[in-house]
Each structure stands twice: as C-alpha cells, then as structure tokens.
Ligand binder design. Structure first.
Ligand code: FES
Length: 234
C-alpha cells in the first residue's frame, strides 16, 4: 500500500542453522524479516536492512562486512566466531563490524547493537578519533583523545587495527603516548611497565593494573572509539 513504511530486514550470512533460528527470533522481536544475504548491497532482496550477522569462518566473510559497511554506514553489523581467532576478530573490526563475538552470544550481541543503533544510544557513546587513511602507513602511537569522560585515550595502530587504551600509566600517571611500542606492547617511559595495547593487559610491572581499553570501529574510513555504556553493558 502506498505510504506503508518499508519492511525491515535482518540479514544473515551464516550456514549455522542454530544461529539462524536464534536470529529469526531477534528479527521477530524487532519487527523484521530474517533473510540470508544473497546479493551485494543495492541488489539484496527484502526490506530496509537494520542488521547484518556474519559467520566469520565463511570464505570472504570479512569482505562481506567491508562491502556492507561502505554501502550502509548506519547498518548494525556483528561478526561471530565458533573458535576465537584474534586475527580474524581484529580484521572484522577493522572492516567495520560494530561487534565481534562468539557463536553462543551472536544473537544477543546482534540485538543489542541493533537496539543501540535504533535508539541512537550508540552514537551518543561514540567519539570520532581520526581518519583511517591518515594512519594507514604508520604503526605505533597514532593519536590522542584528551579530556574524554573516561580521561585521555591513546590510539595505537598495530597490524591492521587501531586500538584505544587509557593514555595514563596506572603506576604513577606517566604519559604512554611517549612510550616505545614493540609489536602490540607499549613500554611506559618512566619506570618501564609494559601493557598490551590490543586489550590493555599488563605485561610487566611495576604497575599492578592494566590499562582501560575501549572498542574501536572503522566506519566509512573514520575510526571511532566507543565509550563504556553507563549501564555497564560493555
Ligand atoms: S609511571 Fe609508568 S611504570 Fe611508573
């Protein structure tokens, strides 16, 4: 009927029947239709896409995320893995996935990301950090966000991913932007504590604690840092 809102589509690229059944329940709760991805953006049948769930073990899965992200910056995209594989995980995030999770949590993460997107809450918790093309040829420390609600955040480019961690050493507050970076480990310039920039884990003291770490996402060539949900969801 003319004037009717376009139906919503929840897109799935998976061969896993259990995940598909669970995603269909998510779709029903969101008033959407769950559909397998059968064509690139623009040619995909169905209604207005609100979410995309991708099984990352499938061939070309990361490319699927990149193509849809480029075409649909507002689409909620979640990748999942049956076996945690850090490189694939990082590649999916770099390609633009809003979240990467395990198979058992795939439907819940997808619903959470879509709900956030639809409510605008996710946008409110997101800080624009830098243009990815500006850091593509540089490794190590690449940027600093000052005076955020969670303090200063340092950005490190390692491999194909930009990682965001607290910029202050938890030992005595030294500025980690000036620390040496080797692999994905930054060394505090004051007393030598070491931290993994990919997840903030402490590698070596004297610091007793690790660094706060924050999710990053690349959308349309822009790197965003996602601040923790005040409700503690992530
Ligand atoms: S201030 Fe970083 S190790 Fe002491």
């Amino acid at each position: 009927m003319p004037g009717d809102p376009q139906p919503r589509a929840l897109l799935l690229r998976t061969r896993d029947e259990l995940v598909e059944r669970r995603a269909q329940k998510v779709a029903a709760r969101l008033g959407a239709q769950a559909l397998l991805v059968t064509a690139p953006p623009g040619q995909q049948a169905g209604g207005e896409p609100v979410g995309l769930l991708v099984e990352l073990e499938l061939e070309g899965a990361v490319e699927t995320i990149a193509v849809w992200r480029q075409a649909r910056p507002d689409l909620a995209i979640v990748g999942y893995l049956s076996t945690p594989e850090p490189q694939v995980w990082a590649a999916a995030e770099s390609a633009g996935a809003d979240g990467v999770t395990t198979r058992g949590r795939a439907d819940r993460e997808l619903e959470r990301v879509i709900t956030d997107r639809l409510s605008g809450a996710r946008a409110a918790r997101r800080l624009r950090a830098l243009d990815y093309r500006d850091v593509a040829g540089r490794l190590g420390f690449v940027g600093l966000l000052v005076d955020t609600p969670v303090g200063d955040i340092a950005l490190f480019h390692v491999g194909n991913a930009v990682h965001a961690v607290s910029a202050r050493c938890p030992h005595a507050g030294a500025d980690l932007c000036h620390g040496e970076v080797e692999g994905d480990v930054v060394t505090c310039p004051r007393h030598g504590s070491q931290f993994r920039v990919s997840d903030g884990e402490r590698v070596r003291g004297p610091a007793d604690l690790g660094l706060a770490s924050f999710a990053t996402v690349v959308e349309s060539g822009v790197v965003y840092v996602e601040l923790p949900d005040p409700a503690g969801e992530r």
